[in-house]
Design a protein around this ligand. Sequence first.
Ligand SMILES: Nc1ncnc2c1ncn2[C@@H]1O[C@H](COP(=O)(O)OP(=O)(O)OP(=O)(O)O)[C@@H](O)[C@H]1O
Ligand SMILES: [Mg+2]
Length: 304
Amino acid sequence: MTVSDAATRSPVPAKTPADTDTVMVRARQLGKRVSLPSGPLTILEGVDFSIRAGERVAIVGASGSGKSTLLSLLAGLDTPSSGDVELAGTWLAGLDEDGRAKLRGEQVGFVFQAFQLLPSLTALENAMLPLELRGERDARGPAQAILEAVGLGERLNHYPRQLSGGEQQRVALARAFVARPQVLFADEPTGNLDTHTGEAVVNLLFQMNAESGTTLVLVTHDPELAARCDRVLHIDAGRLARSSHADSSRDRPDAVVEGDSSRLPDAGVAGTTSSSASGSKRLSQRMDGRSQQNWRENCGLLAS
Ligand SMILES: Nc1ncnc2c1ncn2[C@@H]1O[C@H](COP(=O)(O)OP(=O)(O)OP(=O)(O)O)[C@@H](O)[C@H]1O
Ligand SMILES: [Mg+2]
């Protein structure tokens, strides 16, 4: 059974595969400047591009060139100094923080370079959170299944401090995958992983793209991952230096192998425990004030 088959009876609603002519992400004359004691610093300037629904795009560039800053702006986690971003049909400048949080909660998955897991929640609870905040009836089943798919079935009840860097990165990926977003932004998703685990994680990303039409925007230093994308955006000292097409033939949807152990799990099949609104309350109550603030600012799923 494929993910799509399972979705028809899954508690997690499947997203309709996106219309590939639709622009999912558009940057228009995007700029970011900060004021430092030493004077103003321009991090990004005049960045213009668009990404179609279902496209797989890599953002590459030297360390410090502005990739993470760009990704945060595209996802509405940070606000630009100039220009604007259109995300899933909405220009972000027209939204306040609550509006951006709502849009992110409904459409966006984000994997941070520094993971941003909530320390007071277990791996399973971290992965459940986006679904619980959406009021999904069964958050535990899909969260457990996706953690098993990234090889963390034996680490469900570990807290972030009890996980290695690569394990924390996989929990962060599971949290971003679990609600099946229209667009997934990931900042160096394989940066902390060994070759084998990195490949499995990348296969999951591309499988989500193939089966659900999820748009992928991936910051990476890995030339192999970049080569698997449809397009590569090269950032150089805060500017878009060029956009090149990559050879992505081996990742076409028909290349997804039935029975591949790295397949996305059938949502909801791995657990039947119902965690309703009371579960959500429980998780929220267990987040201390700083965690809640951190989550709201960085993940944007809680209304303020
Ligand atoms: N809030 C800030 N205040 C001051 N400087 C900042 C701020 N945010 C980013 N920078 C600077 O902007 C530049 C770009 O940072 P960014 O994190 O976007 O780089 P990056 O391309 O993701 O690098 P890496 O590949 O190392 O992750 C860096 O020189 C960084 O020090
Ligand atoms: Mg970065």
